[in-house]
Design a protein. Structure first.
Lengths: 201, 193
């Protein structure tokens, strides 16, 4: 049976395994066009959502023995956003009786045991939601979608405007190799000029 | 304020946007992806049997019926049906249009911070500091229930940790690929992560 609790933000402490909170390791997160190591865009979207709709989903915590504090198992970014948004409390699922190791494993389970998302599905999802017909509609849709997706605007625009078999989809496979920013649209001719060594494929 | 309810599984219907519910679309999934979806569901089924439901699913009422549409948690519902549960705890989202429901699904599924290899390795190094084939096999068996990765990928992570003085040097080298195919666990799956 799930146990729910409303918890003051100042009772919440971070888990010691949290990578991006550790200054020794934070620079190993690759800075990318679409998001900063500290997941700026995801955090911004969650903050907007908290301010607009309130908390949509509980975070996950466990009580720390001998204290009134709770360790965050899952939901570190939500907690940061809640602090930024000036919230005082969050609702949480409380996980009892976990050792340090069990807690860490539960965190992995929450974060890694996901069915993968993939490009064709994303494209159909977004086109179904925003059947944009001209540049203005595309721009409006991109603005709206960037509020809920942790993707750069150029990528979202591709989802909305390219066909499933458009040759420009190739950029997903090769953009990293040529250091081409994901959001940068290229013509088909420009793509054809790129030559990828067989060894890299 | 979050609205929690307990809902019978036979009251739950899938979101129409769910691609893998459509047989014609499901066939377009690469076999490795299909296996990954299957493993994610298997892991959730095991977890449901072992420790019960860990997190509520998200639903919205379907007008004029007693049904609820799943916004997020399709795989959990499938796993719950698989293990014979009758009900699940859910968060009820009220007053959403079809478009808003779809957007909420996107928000839950696509607004994650990126996970990356360095982080996995560091996590796994802390949890499974293995030494030798037996310990590797034990770690791989546990990780099999925590992630949907195939055994080859799990074996890579474990071996990289064991071989590297520091996880920073991690590289999926040919040597590791060859070794992982023979010395961690027998992998009956040929797909890649």
């Amino acid at each position: 049976m799930l146990k729910f609790l409303t918890i003051d933000l100042d009772q919440l402490v971070e888990a010691p395994w949290r990578f991006t909170a550790d200054p020794e390791y934070v620079h190993y997160a690759r800075p990318r066009v679409d998001h900063h190591p500290d997941c700026e865009s995801a955090q911004r979207n969650i903050q907007v959502s908290l301010e607009k709709d309130g908390q949509l989903s509980p975070i996950h915590v466990r009580p720390l023995e001998g204290t009134t504090q709770y360790q965050i198992l899952d939901g570190h970014v939500v907690v940061e956003c809640a602090r930024n948004a000036g919230l005082q409390v969050l609702e949480a699922v409380v996980h009892l009786g976990l050792s340090d190791e069990d807690a860490h494993k539960r965190y992995l389970f929450f974060n890694l045991n996901r069915a993968r998302q993939y490009r064709v599905k994303m494209m159909r999802d977004l086109k179904a939601l925003f059947p944009a017909r001209n540049a203005n509609e595309v721009a409006a849709a991109v603005g709206e979608l960037c509020k809920v997706l942790n993707l750069d605007p150029g990528t979202v625009e591709d989802y909305l405007t390219l066909d499933e078999r458009d040759p420009r989809w190739r950029k997903w496979a090769v953009a990293g190799y040529f250091n081409i920013p994901k959001g940068e649209r290229m013509t088909e001719e420009e793509w054809d000029q790129l030559r990828i060594p067989d060894s890299a494929l | 304020m979050i609205n929690y309810i307990t809902v019978a599984l036979d009251q739950l219907v899938d979101g129409p946007w769910r691609l893998t519910e459509k047989p014609e679309d499901n066939q377009k999934l690469r076999p490795s992806r299909q296996r990954q979806e299957f493993r994610a569901q298997e892991n959730i089924a095991k977890s449901l049997q072992k420790v019960g439901q860990l997190s509520p699913i998200h639903i919205r009422p379907v007008e004029i019926t007693s049904k609820y549409q799943i916004l997020n948690g399709h795989v959990v519902v499938a796993a719950a049906r698989q293990v014979g549960l009758q009900s699940l705890v859910a968060i009820l989202h009220l007053g959403l249009t079809d478009g808003e429901a779809h957007m909420r699904y996107l928000h839950f599924n696509f607004n994650h911070c990126e996970q990356f290899h360095g982080k996995f390795l560091r996590d796994l190094k802390k949890l499974y500091d293995t030494n030798g084939a037996d310990e590797r096999a034990e770690a791989a068996a546990e990780l099999r229930e925590l992630t949907p990765w195939d055994l080859k990928s799990i074996a890579h992570y474990i071996l990289v940790n064991e071989h590297s003085k520091t996880w920073r040097q991690f590289k999926f080298s040919k040597m590791l690929q060859e070794e992982s195919g023979t010395s961690v666990l027998e992998d009956d799956e040929s797909g890649n992560a």
